[in-house]
Design a protein around this ligand. Structure first.
Ligand code: HEM
Length: 504
């Protein structure tokens, strides 16, 4: 090999020179990815230093919501961490979050291009895909419309809306089932029964059918979604360290498989709907989407077309988003009612004496206190932007720390204490709107949950019927641990010690 020679001494071989050059290039690429040019007048995002390649992943620990809340006290409401090699903007503080998601809503309305998102709904999901803004907006509108028709409009055969009918049926089933379990075992764990009932409600809305609680197809749906929740909560390292996408991963393999199974299942039900579809008798959300699709396809001026496959994805999205959240909210409510029996008594008295206006009563204070169950919202920036004077490039992944807002001592007196009465209006009549609007449950702005009213209404109805007919308590006098378990939805620990007494 030729060598660089000074006098008679070679000081560097050509191989060494090439290697040095390659390393310098690599170093430059790494520095460039961490070091961005900041436009004049704006500041660089503050945040903790991370390790090369893994960034701050190890700092997050088992409770990222708590760690990031702590970090925000040091670095502020707008800070940047690194997960692997990906910069992530973390937003805290209600005013900062309102500024970003509402006042600058268009800038923060994207979804990040996480590797795992492309396997949800074949990369076409309404919730997770990165489809162009106008396509996402049109699909969101279609989904909102379909939800409205089957959740709030009066059904032709009844004075109540379909959602009310579905929930009443399921709540009555639960009342019967809990009594049966008491006879058999003297105590029970409620979550596994609540989840099947909540799935049945969303099945009734989406597919017009109620399943028997032992039905194998229903249990498969429940299991697939439990697995999805577990995979999402565990986090996927390949989303943040791209090189891992090319290595075999058993977690990723089962995540892909369960998404395919879920789509195949919904696809089959949608196909059956096409066969029996009758334009003059729309039975459920799936029919309403098919109808929309056919009308749009006939309308040559329609700028956004919905394919049959898109229908499958919209139904899957509504279905997937609508039951883990509601079940978790409901199980928290029951957990608090057995932990604070005096609250249960108040609700029961109120239901008996003021049934008609109980929507403004104790349950409506209990719900915001117990159903703020989402730790983080996850969005991304759609263009280069600025927030609170900091520069934020296009396509930055954004974590919205909802947990921090819901436990912020600047917003709440004694934030960790159970105190539904914080939502009571000063004159003692009804709910204090300004206070309840400070709670972040359903996100804010362009990406806000489209099922918020359904979710609230469902929780209210389930709870009212259950508490009216049953008295819930725990069989052991030991204090239960009600520390939330970290996940995108924060769950309570399963508890086998529930018992009930029928009230009439
Ligand atoms: C207590 C119950 C619920 C909670 C706490 C909840 C919470 C949320 C949150 C935090 C988001 C994300 C907002 C963001 O990205 O900033 C969301 C999105 C969404 N939710 Fe809900 N949700 C609930 C019930 C429901 C129900 C019942 C449905 C449907 C029937 C639903 C459908 C959706 C959909 C489709 C999205 C995605 C919207 C989009 O990306 O444009 N949710 N929800």
């Amino acid at each position: 090999m030729e060598a660089l020679v000074v006098g008679s001494q070679p000081i560097m071989s050509l191989t060494e020179i090439l290697l040095g050059f390659a390393l310098s290039c690599l170093l430059l690429v790494i520095i460039k990815s961490y070091w961005q040019r900041i436009p004049a007048g704006l500041k660089r995002l503050p945040g903790p230093k991370g390790y090369p390649l893994i960034g701050n992943i190890l700092d997050l620990g088992k409770n990222p919501h708590l760690t990031l809340t702590q970090m925000s006290q040091k670095y502020g409401d707008v800070m940047q961490i690194y997960l692997g090699t990906r910069p992530v903007l973390v937003l805290s503080g209600l005013e900062t979050i309102r500024q970003a998601l509402i006042k600058q809503g268009e800038d923060f309305a994207g979804r990040p291009d996480l590797y795992s998102f492309q396997f949800i709904g074949d990369g076409q999901s309404l919730t997770f895909s990165r489809s162009p803004a106008e396509v996402w907006r049109a699909r969101r509108k279609v989904a909102q419309n379909a939800l409205k028709v089957f959740s709030t409009a009066a059904s032709p055969t009844s004075s109540t809306c379909p959602l009310e009918e579905f929930v009443s049926k399921e709540a009555d089933y639960l009342v019967m089932k809990f009594q049966e379990l008491m006879k058999e075992k003297n105590s029970f764990e409620p979550y596994r029964y609540l989840v099947v009932s909540v799935v049945n409600v969303i099945c009734a809305m989406c597919f017009g059918r109620r399943y028997d609680h032992e039905d194998q197809e229903l249990l498969r749906i429940v299991n697939l979604n439990n697995e999805f929740g577990a995979a999402a909560a565990a986090g996927n390292p390949a989303d943040f360290i791209p090189v891992l996408q090319y290595l075999p991963s058993s977690t990723m393999k089962s995540f892909k498989a369960l998404n395919q199974q879920f789509d195949a299942l919904v696809g089959r039900i949608v196909k059956e709907h096409y066969v029996s579809f009758d334009k003059n008798n729309l039975r459920d959300i799936t029919d309403s989407l098919i109808d929309y699709c056919q009308n749009k396809n006939m309308d040559m001026n329609a700028n956004i077309q919905l394919s049959d496959q898109n229908i499958v994805h919209i139904v899957s999205d509504i279905f997937g988003a609508g039951f883990d959240t509601v079940t978790t909210g409901l199980s928290w409510c029951l957990m608090y009612l057995v932990t604070y029996p005096e609250m249960q008594k108040k609700i029961q008295e109120e239901i008996e004496h003021r049934w008609a206006d109980s929507a403004e009563g104790y349950i409506s204070f209990l719900l915001p206190e117990t159903s703020a169950i989402i730790s983080f919202g996850v969005t991304s920036t759609t263009k280069d932007t600025a927030l609170n004077g900091f520069y934020i490039p296009k396509e930055t992944c954004v974590f919205v720390n909802q947990w921090q807002v819901n436990h912020d001592p600047k917003l709440w007196k004694d934030p960790s204490a159970f105190n539904p009465e914080r939502f009571l209006a000063a004159d003692g009549t009804g709910i204090n709107r300004a206070e309840s609007e400070k709670i972040l449950t359903f996100g804010l702005g362009k990406r806000k949950c489209i099922g918020d009213n359904i979710g609230k209404w469902e929780l209210f109805l389930f709870l009212t019927i259950l508490v009216q007919k049953l008295e819930f308590s725990l069989c052991s006098s030991e204090k239960v641990d009600i520390t939330p378990q970290y996940g995108l939805t924060m769950k309570c620990k399963r508890c086998e010690d529930f018992q009930i007494k029928p009230r009439f």
